[in-house]
Design a binder for this molecule. Structure first.
Ligand code: PBG
Length: 332
């Protein structure tokens, strides 16, 4: 449908833009705290809150402080929190066994959140990079990222997270066959109600730089992730990845990064009509914060505009480091 306007001056589109009340009346898209998933970084220790240099306003928290933050998020009406561990270098190995340790940082944080803020959904990340001495999301054998062995490890990791109480498992590794393997293992283990939000269309992006600093993986990473993450040139491939993950048992899908891939968000939502999320990643966040700190943009305006763009593109929700700030603002 291509709507046509009456000729000027019968139609004066500016009539409907003249006041806040008229603009509110005809606004097509709404952002609420229901749309937010808050990614947070967990570190060891007790009572620790430590800034992440490359992400102004973002911190790493010890498990006790994560529990406090989850309670605050729950009180702000944020429906979900997503955990990323900052793993000490001494725990990074080639076998990545810390990834499925029932008492690793993520699993301890899940249990602490469940105790302190039982109504917020806890999402986890499934990929080996925080635990891998090579910084890759999969095992490295003879300079190759091996697929099937990695999937076996990811299944163990996902099961440990589900055992700890995770509500949403987020495979971010981009190995083939991982969603089916995780879904099967969850069913067999009695975790049939654990949901999967697959990072289905995850691109090999330069926008993850500040995140790798936040989880302590920047130094570790040798090479790039182009043999498993997607080529930024591709769009049809994203639809194939989403279709595959849905067939393998994903409940929700994600596009990542966010703003440079809004076209993908729209195609995914229009093609499949399933719960579709975008991840406004660390580099997107850092660019907005850096420009705002320099006085080059108005940080608040750009934050709201960027998040609205995801809703306009068709997303059901957004993973964003701005979540608490936005929720506070939206709650007045
Ligand atoms: C790990 C993972 C990454 C992000 C989320 N999970 C980094 C990567 O793939 O290198 C990036 C998130 C961000 O940049 O905010 N597989």
């Amino acid at each position: 449908m291509t709507p046509t306007l009456a000729p000027f001056p019968l139609a004066r589109p500016r009539r409907m833009r003249q006041s806040t009340s008229l603009r509110r009346l005809v606004s097509e898209t709404h952002l609420t705290s229901d749309d937010l998933i808050w990614p947070v970084f967990v570190r060891d220790g007790h009572g620790e809150i430590e800034p992440v240099a490359s992400m102004p306003g973002v911190v790493r928290r010890s498990v006790d402080k994560i529990a406090d933050a989850a309670k605050e998020a729950q009180d702000l009406g944020i429906p979900a929190i997503c955990l990323f561990p900052y793993t000490d270098i001494s725990l990074k190995t080639e076998t990545c066994s810390e990834a499925w340790n029932p008492d690793n940082l993520t699993n301890r944080a899940i249990r602490a959140i469940k105790e302190n803020a039982p109504d917020i959904a806890v999402m986890t990340d499934v990929a080996l990079d925080p635990y891998n001495i090579n910084g890759h999301d999969g095992f490295v054998v003879d300079d190759q990222i091996v697929n099937d062995q990695t999937v076996e490890a990811l299944v163990k990791m996902a099961l440990a997270q589900a055992d700890a109480g995770a509500d949403i498992i987020g495979p971010s590794d981009m190995m083939d066959g991982r969603v089916a393997a995780m879904r099967g293992a969850l069913e067999s283990a009695g975790h049939q109600n654990v949901t999967i939000m697959s990072y289905s269309a995850k691109y090999a992006s330069g926008f993850y730089g500040p995140f790798r600093d936040a989880v302590g993986a920047s130094g570790a990473l040798k090479g790039d992730k182009k043999t498993y993450q997607m080529d930024p040139a591709n769009s049809d491939e994203a639809l194939r990845m989403v279709q595959r993950d849905l067939h393998e048992g994903a409940d929700m899908v994600m596009v990542k990064p966010g703003m440079p891939y809004l076209d993908i968000c729209t195609r995914v939502k229009q093609t499949f009509g399933v719960p579709t999320f975008a991840y406004q990643v660390s580099g997107e966040y850092a660019m907005i914060q850096a420009a705002a700190q320099n006085g080059w943009i108005d940080g608040h305006t750009v934050m709201m505009e960027s998040l609205m763009s995801f809703k306009r593109a068709g997303c059901d929700g957004i993973l964003t480091y701005f979540a608490p700030e936005v929720a506070k603002y939206l709650n007045g």
